[in-house]
Design a protein around this ligand. Structure first.
Ligand SMILES: Nc1ncnc2c1ncn2[C@@H]1O[C@H](COP(=O)(O)OP(=O)(O)OP(=O)(O)O)[C@@H](O)[C@H]1O
Length: 348
């Protein structure tokens, strides 16, 4: 088993307030970020995401606990040790943080200049980075002449300049439109695969987690409320916050005509239960609903459905109608065969 690239051990961060009680931004966080993986931290505004991320490159220090990055205790590092750690940790930002007076190539060269690299080494390295992020034609342009997606590509190239082992992303796609977001996420995924770089990103969008994160941690009011492999968390979310982030990101919506008729309890003997059935992993393509009809004589109405891919595994969601009188047996049959079911309400 590969060791964690980043390990948060009982990390608490308090901000003292003038004349009042402290703000506790992070409470006792334990989290392992696997080497070479793309891990997402998702949470609402004020949950503590930025504070957590900024601990990895020492921009914030824990009030108690340890933050271990590539084997270094960053929270306790001296300034010179921190400078070394920072060469191993690149960062990209929501608003790109480019220098307006420098061209694309000059922005990318900046961390190498700061690190004291010889100009003869900087030029070929910058050319290689520019090519990697697809900006060869824009090398001599200034940030004001670039689109948002191009600016973020410069940010990514600059973050990679010192050949870091970890890349931190602070809401890197939040200011971008959906198409550009997809392209930037694909670039991050390619970099993760090609360079074996560990990526830790913070986001408030579950779609970002679905699209590129193999692992996810959900943070709420300074605590990690759920964490694990994305596929496992998506298929069996445990915490209400996770469920609320997942709404609309996976699966399908209840059709409007059904939603308007739904009641929380069955109203008569002919009532239909409206059930969300989730198929995961190897069960995604099993014909279990057909078997429910064929072997148990339960008629199944398919109301909505979709199969998508999360972490390269099939993930299917159906909303079906079943006779409420046969609900318990049908649920048991489906769950015995590895499908997940959730009763959403009743019609009739
Ligand atoms: N320097 C500071 N002084 C006092 N309180 C702070 C400071 N920085 C952050 N906080 C508080 O800590 C909590 C967590 O903030 P943080 O910025 O980490 O949240 P976040 O999840 O990144 O939010 P957002 O998505 O809005 O950026 C908030 O209650 C915030 O007000």
């Amino acid at each position: 088993m590969s060791e964690a690239a980043i390990s948060f051990q009982r990390v608490t961060r308090r901000y003292p307030q003038k004349g009042g009680s402290d703000v506790v931004a992070l409470h006792d966080i334990d989290l392992e970020v696997p080497q070479g993986a793309v891990t997402g931290i998702i949470g609402r505004s004020g949950a503590g995401k930025s504070t957590l991320l900024r601990m990895v490159n020492g921009l914030e220090r824990p009030s108690s606990g340890q933050v271990i990055v590539n084997g270094h205790d960053v929270g306790a590092a001296s300034d010179s040790a921190l400078r070394r750690v920072r060469r191993e940790v690149g960062m990209i930002f929501q608003h790109f943080n480019l220098l307006a007076s420098r061209t694309v190539a000059e922005n990318i060269a900046l961390p190498l200049e700061i690190a004291g690299e010889a100009p003869a080494k900087i030029a070929p390295r910058v050319a290689e980075l520019i090519e990697r992020v697809g900006l060869t034609a824009q090398a001599k342009r200034y940030p004001a002449e670039l689109s948002g997606g191009q600016k973020q590509r410069v940010g990514i190239a600059r973050a990679l300049a010192t050949e870091p082992r970890v890349l931190l992303s602070d809401e890197a796609t939040s200011a971008l439109d959906p198409d550009t977001t997809r392209q930037v996420l694909e670039l991050l995924q390619t970099i993760n695969r090609d360079l074996g770089l560990t990526i830790l990103l913070i986001t408030h969008e579950m779609a970002v987690v679905r699209d590129i994160c193999s692992h996810v941690a959900v943070i709420e009011a300074g605590r990690i409320v759920e964490a694990g492999e994305t596929y496992a968390v998506f298929s069996r979310p445990q915490h209400p916050t996770t469920r609320s982030f997942l709404k609309g990101v996976t699966g399908v919506a209840i059709p409007h005509f059904v939603a308007t008729m739904m009641t929380p309890t069955p109203q008569g003997p002919e009532a239909q239960a409206v059930v969300q059935v989730t198929f995961t992993g190897r069960h995604a393509t099993d014909p279990m609903l057909a078997r429910l009809t064929a072997e148990h004589g339960v008629s199944v109405n398919i109301l909505a459905g979709a199969i998508e891919e999360i972490g390269e595994q099939p993930f299917g969601s159906l909303i079906v109608g079943l006779p409420a009188a046969r609900l318990a047996g049908s649920k048991a049959f489906l769950e015995e065969h590895g499908l997940l079911t959730e009763v959403l309400g009743y019609v009739g």
